[in-house]
Design a protein around this ligand. Sequence first.
Ligand SMILES: [Mg+2]
Length: 385
Amino acid sequence: MKITDIRTAIVAGNFPWNLIRVYTDVGLVGLGEAYWGPGVTDVVEKIKTRLVGKDPMEVDKLWTHMMQSLSGDGTVAGTIVAAISGVEIALLDIVGKRLKTPVYQLLGGKFRDRVRVYADSHARSLREVDDWRKRAVQVRERGFDAIKFDLDSIAPELQPDRYNRALSGKYIRRMVEVVAAISETLGPDIDLALDCHWSYNVGDAIRLAQALEPFPLLWLEDPTPPDNADAMARVCAATRTPICTGENLYTRHGMRPFIEKGACHIIQPDIPRCGGLLESKRIADLADMHYIPFAAHNVCSPVGTVASAHVGAAIRTFLVLEFHSQDIPWWDAMVGRGDDPLIKNGYLALSDAPGLGVELDDDLCRQHVLPGTLYFGESAPGRSV
Ligand SMILES: [Mg+2]
């Protein structure tokens, strides 16, 4: 079996979803997705010249070839690694189809039949406490028992200088007030996570994390910037609030200092961004040596989400997978699951179909192609993201 072609499509969801198909000379086609960063499809074009003619069964060898041959383009971090991740997912889909086995089986087999999912609820436009309460109820009623909100956008008007990473006492009090309302509304049986998007200095991040200690949070995410593991470790050491990080880090090398220096209580890589499925397994194993659980950041279409769920099933220490598209009504229909949603009552159940177990509804996806881009080489109507 040989790779004959690699093509891409960008579907305009709540993010531009970078979909990838790898074609073979035996008719098998692998489906993958890379994180939404710009330029991914250009990188995949470059990858194509390296992989056509190669055996898609040699996944780790091809991953290594991509990482090595594109190292000058930037395989330490960024769009290049994201593109390689998406291609690796498509290769594993081919291997699963060829061997007639699900991808989780290629990762060592599953620990669980269904993967717990948390609903990212962002809610950046909300300003009143009652609006936060209503949004919390809306998400809970969709069946999720783990929910995340953006904490850093609760009241930007209370942070007069958005560049200096400082928090005022007034802003922290407002955050605590809103979190108290959300927490009370959700009740003790719903896990609540809060995202800070790398916004604060160490001292203010500690003040915030300590102020949130009365609430039994699932985690506080990215309180300080992603560049300095020592700084985030100081936050971790100073609070009972669990700290989570990882979505802005790449490969096991990027995660290593955060895992080894005690800079997180939970590691949360973005699987179709950080290096792919096998690399995520390696990251989970490294974290497991420090008794750090693994969550998965995710902003993908059903393709990347299901790919991430295969990893979630196959990792012993897996905690929870993000779902970021509750406001996209055609999300399930993209893979023909419009009447049978992939996520039910906060869990994604994996099928035992070969490969990833999902295929695109091409007619529907063509309607949502990013304008000015091709749909796997064909022109399509599309619409704006
Ligand atoms: Mg985040």
